[in-house]
Design a binder for this molecule. Structure first.
Ligand code: AMP
Length: 405
């Protein structure tokens, strides 16, 4: 029998949701509520090819949840909230405690609250969202799906930083990695495609946040993000990998506080820091107008991706089943895909198939496929990611398991 499950992804001032019918994984409705806590909160829900919109001041996530539930019921998308059999929440940080998704009980919620120091930008909104959903549906099972969980298979050689060891033992400072739900989705998909579990992959998830993961024998072996999502690749507004001495240097030179510098590194760096724009489409538009600063931002952004691919190619001894491009930028922008592959062509004998590449992504029917020539040593695939379906799958699995016990 088909049942309804809800996937919820809360930010500090937003709530995104998708309503699924399971087990067939059909999306019934999708929506987002934005500017929670501000005067001009608004929402949009897509259902049956129509858009339902509204606006009203929403003071907190509880009020946002009330809007979501009343819109779902008033528009006859569901009869009542009891139809929903489980709710899956995206949670940023599971620390070293969670290597899989889990049903949320008091202990789990407390763990998530206690890990706010590891995810200070994300956990407060996520906790508000979980609490609001529990209050709204106290009897319905809620599941936490952690962005870090997939990377818990990394060996120490990948996750220990070369800093005083007690920073790890006492404060849990280590590489955790993020976008795990996306990297796991792609890994599962490639395992099916290659019909084997022990795939070796280099997965490049490049959207407004960006990370590269080295998958060895079907498991995360290394990844570019670290203790927080700030490390690794250059991103829309995040710096990625930098010399840590810069922080004290800028503090001394500019008088900025640690908090201000952390905000600069998270919100005013990356593409935005170099050329003023963080949306990749805007950067490309500036380049087309001849803007040199935007071209510099593009080159630095691309260089970081290539360096990470090179690093993981060596980590896998060159035995790579596939390089996979996913998320907003690499799913859609043909030029950056071509530029990256051209840079890889000499060192790893992998060549762009221009026709295939130009036919995949935004504005084309084709959304996935191989974009390298048949003779290439390592094929490069474009595969759209789907973090939400991973969340609903875990939610469905755990709720079923719990109900059978
Ligand atoms: P994501 O975080 O995966 O949703 O990706 C967001 C990023 O993908 C933004 O920088 C967008 O500019 C970029 N993006 C989305 N669609 C396109 C497109 N058609 N061409 C280039 N970049 C795109």
């Amino acid at each position: 029998m088909n049942e309804k499950y809800l996937v919820v992804n809360c930010g500090s001032s937003s709530l995104k949701f998708s309503l699924y019918e399971m087990p067939n994984e059909a999306v019934i409705a999708k929506g987002y509520i934005e500017k929670i806590g501000l005067d001009d909160s608004f929402w949009t829900i897509s259902y049956n090819g129509e858009k339902i919109t509204g606006k009203k001041k929403l003071d907190n996530h509880k009020e946002a949840v009330n809007v979501m539930t009343s819109e779902l019921v008033n528009n006859n998308i569901i009869k009542n909230m009891n139809e929903i059999k489980g709710i899956g929440h995206r949670v940023l940080h599971g620390g070293e405690i969670y290597s899989d998704s889990v049903i949320i009980d008091d202990k789990v919620l407390n763990d998530i609250i206690n890990m706010t120091n590891l995810g200070p930008l994300h956990h407060p909104g996520e906790i508000d969202g979980i609490r609001a959903m529990i209050e709204c549906l106290p009897k319905t099972k809620q599941v936490a799906v952690f962005d870090t969980a997939f990377h818990q298979t990394m060996p120490k050689v990948s996750y220990i930083y070369a800093v005083p060891y007690e920073w790890y033992t006492k404060y849990k400072v280590r590489k955790y990695g993020f976008h795990g739900t996306s990297h796991k989705y792609i890994t599962n998909k490639m395992q099916k495609l290659f019909n084997k579990n022990d795939v070796n992959l280099i997965i490049c998830h490049v959207g407004s946040g960006a990370s590269v993961t080295c998958v060895k024998n079907g498991k995360s072996y290394d990844t570019s993000m670290g203790l927080t999502p700030l490390d690794g690749l250059v991103m829309g507004t995040r710096s990625g990998r930098i010399d840590p001495s810069i922080i004290k240097f800028i503090s001394d030179e500019s008088g900025k506080s640690l908090d201000e510098i952390t905000t600069d590194l998270n919100k005013n760096s990356g593409l935005k820091g170099i050329c003023g724009k963080n949306d990749f489409r805007d950067v490309v538009a500036l380049i087309n107008e001849g803007n040199e600063q935007a071209k510099l931002a593009y080159d630095i952004f691309m260089d970081a991706i290539i360096k990470h691919i090179a690093e993981y190619y060596f980590e896998l001894d060159g035995r790579v089943d596939a390089i996979v491009f996913t998320a907003g930028i690499l799913e859609n922008n043909t030029l950056i895909r071509e530029n990256i592959i051209n840079k890889l062509s000499g060192p790893i004998n992998t060549y762009i198939n221009k026709v295939a590449n130009d036919n995949i992504g935004y504005g084309h029917d084709l959304k996935e496929g191989i974009i390298t020539t048949e003779s290439s040593k390592v094929p490069v695939y474009v595969i759209p990611t789907d973090e939400e379906v991973m969340i609903v799958r875990d939610c469905y699995r755990l709720v079923k398991e719990a109900n059978n016990n």
